[in-house]
Design a protein around this ligand. Structure first.
Ligand code: NAD
Length: 289
C-alpha cells in the first residue's frame, strides 16, 4: 500500500521503517533533513512537502508533536489534497477536542480517519511492539487496523473519534498517580526503618501491588531491570509525562470531571520538570521524597 508518513522523529522514524519492512511503499515527510535522511536509509521515499508526500497516497499516517501541528498539517496539506478514498491515521498524542475536530473535518471531506495514539516508547516504536488505542467509526477502524498491525502488537478499538486520545490520557494520568504513590510509599517505608527490598517483597504480593512497583520500580536495584537501575536514563521522559498530564487536566476541565489525585500528580510533575528534570525518566520523581 502507498502510505504517506508525516513526522519521522523519535517515534515516527521507527514506525515508518516498520511499514517499509511490512512491504508498504512509504512516502515520508518531515521538516527535519536529518529525519528525512534516516527515513531514506530505512527504505522510504522522501519528499520536500507534506502535499507531495500525500499526493498519490492510499493512507496517511502522522506522528507529530502536538494538536496545533496536527490541525495545521491536516488542514493545509492533507484534507482535500490526498486522493479521495484515502484513510488517515493520526498516531500523535494530542488533546481530545482537536482530535475530534480534525476527524470531523476529514469526514466531512469524505475521508475515513482515526486517532490512534500509542502506548510504548521509542524501543517499542523501533521494535514494532506498540499498543494502539483507536478512536473512529467501525469502517475507519477496519481500514486502519492492518496498517497499525505493521507497527504494533495490539490494536484496540476504543470507540468513536477522539476516544483513542481519551484512553491514552486517562491511562497515563493513572500511571502518574501510581508512580507518585509508589515513590511516596517506598520513601516513607525507608524512614520507618524498612529495607526497600523487604518492603517490595511484601507490597508486591499485597494489595499495594501495581505496575509502577513490580515492572518499573523507582528504587534502584529493586524489582526487574528498569530506568532507575540506569540513573533514570531512557524510559519515559518526565517532559512527556507532563505533556500527557496537561492534556488530561484540559480534558478534565472540559468534561467537568473531578480529578483530585490526577491534579496533584500533575502539580508534582510540573514542579519536577520545572527543576530541570524533563529529560529524566518519570520514575526519578522519587528523588523529591
Ligand atoms: P519528536 O519531536 O522526536 O518527533 C516529531 C517529529 O515531527 C520531528 O521529527 C519534527 O521535525 C516533526 N514535525 C514537526 N512539525 C512538523 C510538520 N509541520 N510537518 C512535518 N513534520 C513535522 O517526537 P516523538 O517523541 O517522536 O513524539 C511524537 C508523538 O508521539 C508526540 O505526540 C508524543 O507525545 C507521542 N509519543 C511519544 C512517545 C515517546 O516515548 N517519545 C511515547 C508515546 C507517544
Amino acid at each position: 500500500m502507498k502510505i504517506a508518513f508525516i513526522g519521522l522523529g523519535n517515534m515516527g522514524g521507527g514506525m515508518a521503517a516498520n511499514c517499509v519492512k511490512a512491504g508498504h511503499d512509504v512516502r515520508a515527510f518531515d521538516l527535519s533533513q536529518d529525519a528525512l535522511d534516516a527515513a531514506k536509509q530505512a527504505g522510504c521515499a522522501t519528499f520536500t512537502s507534506a502535499k507531495d508526500a500525500v499526493a498519490d497516497a492510499e493512507a496517511v499516517v502522522s506522528m507529530l508533536p502536538n494538536g496545533a501541528v496536527v490541525k495545521t498539517v491536516y488542514g493545509t496539506d492533507v484534507i482535500g489534497l490526498a486522493p479521495t478514498g484515502a484513510v488517515f491515521l493520526d498516531c500523535s498524542t494530542i488533546d481530545v477536542a482537536t482530535a475530534r475536530e480534525v476527524i470531523s473535518a476529514a469526514t466531512e471531506a469524505g475521508y475515513d480517519m482515526v486517532d490512534a495514539p500509542v502506548s510504548g516508547g521509542i524501543a517499542a516504536a523501533n521494535g514494532g511492539t506498540l499498543t494502539f488505542m483507536v478512536g473512529g467509526s467501525s469502517d475507519a477502524f477496519a481500514r486502519a487496523k492492518p496498517i497499525l498491525e505493521a507497527m504494533g502488537k495490539a490494536v484496540i478499538h476504543a470507540g468513536d473519534a477522539g476516544n483513542g486520545q481519551a484512553a491514552k490520557i486517562c491511562n497515563n494520568m493513572l500511571l502518574a498517580i501510581h508512580m507518585a504513590g509508589t515513590c511516596e510509599a517506598f520513601a516513607m517505608a525507608e524512614k520507618l526503618g524498612l529495607d526497600p527490598q523487604t518492603f517490595y517483597d511484601i507490597s508486591s504480593v499485597s494489595s499495594g501491588q501495581n505496575w509502577s512497583m513490580t515492572s518499573y520500580c523507582p528504587v534502584p536495584g529493586v524489582g526487574p531491570q528498569s530506568p532507575s537501575d540506569n540513573d533514570y536514563q531512557g524510559g519515559f521522559a518526565t517532559a512527556l509525562m507532563l505533556k500527557d498530564l496537561r492534556l488530561a487536566m484540559e480534558a478534565a476541565d472540559a468534561s467537568d470531571s473531578a480529578v483530585p489525585m490526577g491534579s496533584r500528580a500533575a502539580a508534582l510533575y510540573e514542579s519536577f520538570d520545572g527543576a530541570g528534570n524533563g529529560g529524566k525518566d518519570f520514575s526519578a520523581i522519587i528523588k523529591t521524597y
